[in-house]
Design a protein around this ligand. Structure first.
Ligand code: CP
Length: 330
């Protein structure tokens, strides 16, 4: 693995290696001294052309825990606002000795261009590009599912919930704005690779053209899916109003109507099996796709997803950078 651009590029073995490495990284974070010398002397650049709270801070924390130097670049306040191109930005980072570049960009495909145009000779990590992919989010989601659902047994005749290093046999339901969601695309590809059964639930207007060939089931009826699939993990997707022209942008009649049909509230929480977890990549629209009661319920692992993001990103940085020139051992 030279870059991490899309979960669709990962084999089962590569994905499991990242999750196993993340577990080892998480164990190091239980120690009094959390810092490892692994990437001492290496420079990691956080190149963010789009807003972020969780991903940017989490990558910065992960790189610092591995003793790398971190340069945070935000398009706002940089020469990008004067019209500087991605190429010239990349050449500037190269001149400054970047050993890895983490990029978030509003254009789907920008990380791929950065990785393959020949402007850099460093690993590129996609931190979210347009509506395309968000691989480390899907990896931290899979890591969270594995932590919570490993060993879950549904009965002697049904070993569906028993999982090992992958997510074989788990039922995962993703609900909401699939159309605009790079998290959904990244999760569907990774969950399929790891053996989970995935179901997408959304209004027809918030499903992309071509979803019928994705490796998952699709439904418009959340209550029917909760009743029939009894999911092990229920992931609510953010309604991406910034990618719509107004509050609902014509994608749904009203926020109230959306919540009624696709929101997670107490009634729907009560339909889940006892061991099921509730997930959300954040940031949440409380009261729209998820009620405050559901977000703060004991089933919610939303805050833990953020914490797990540090271990997963440490693993990704370690696997991409350690062993390349100038790196010390872990
Ligand atoms: N989940 C996620 O990508 O959050 P941020 O936009 O805050 O990074």
């Amino acid at each position: 693995m030279k870059h991490l651009l899309s979960t669709a590029d990962l084999s089962r073995s590569e994905a499991v290696t990242i999750l196993d490495t993340a577990a080892q990284m998480a164990a190091t974070q239980e120690r009094a001294v959390k810092k490892l010398p692994t990437l001492r002397g290496r420079t990691v650049v956080n190149l963010f052309f789009e807003d972020s709270t969780r991903t940017r801070i989490s990558f910065e924390t992960a790189a610092k825990r591995l003793s790398a130097d971190v340069i945070n670049f935000s398009a706002k306040g940089s020469s990008v606002s004067k019209g500087e191109s991605l190429k010239d930005t990349a050449l500037t980072l190269k001149a400054m000795g970047a050993d890895a570049v983490i990029i978030r960009h509003q254009a789907s495909g920008a990380p791929h261009t950065l990785a393959h145009a020949g402007w850099l000779d460093a690993p590129v990590i996609n931190a979210g590009d347009g509506t395309h992919q968000h691989p480390t989010q899907a990896l931290l989601d899979a890591y969270t599912m594995r932590r919570h659902l490993k060993g879950e047994v549904r009965g002697a005749a049904d070993s569906k919930g028993v999982i090992g290093r992958d997510l074989s046999g788990l039922s995962v339901v993703l609900v909401g704005d699939v159309l605009h969601s790079r998290v959904a695309r990244a999760n569907v590809a990774l969950l399929h690779t790891l053996g989970a059964q995935v179901t997408l639930v959304a209004p027809p207007t918030l499903l992309p053209v071509g979803v019928d060939v994705w490796p998952c089931a699709v439904s418009y009826d959340l209550d029917a899916v909760l009743r029939e699939h009894q999911p092990d993990a229920l992931m609510m997707l953010r309604v991406q109003r910034e990618r719509m022209s107004s509050a609902g942008g014509g994608f749904f009649p009203s926020p109230l109507e959306y919540s009624r049909l696709y929101g997670l509230d107490q009634r729907r929480l009560d339909m889940l099996p006892g061991h099921a977890i509730v997930m959300h990549p954040g940031p949440m629209n409380r009261g729209l796709e998820i009620s405050a009661q559901a977000a703060d319920s004991p089933r919610s692992v939303i805050v833990e997803q953020v914490a797990n993001g540090v271990a997963v990103r440490m693993a990704v940085l370690y696997l991409l950078l350690a062993g390349t020139s100038g790196t010390e051992g872990a």
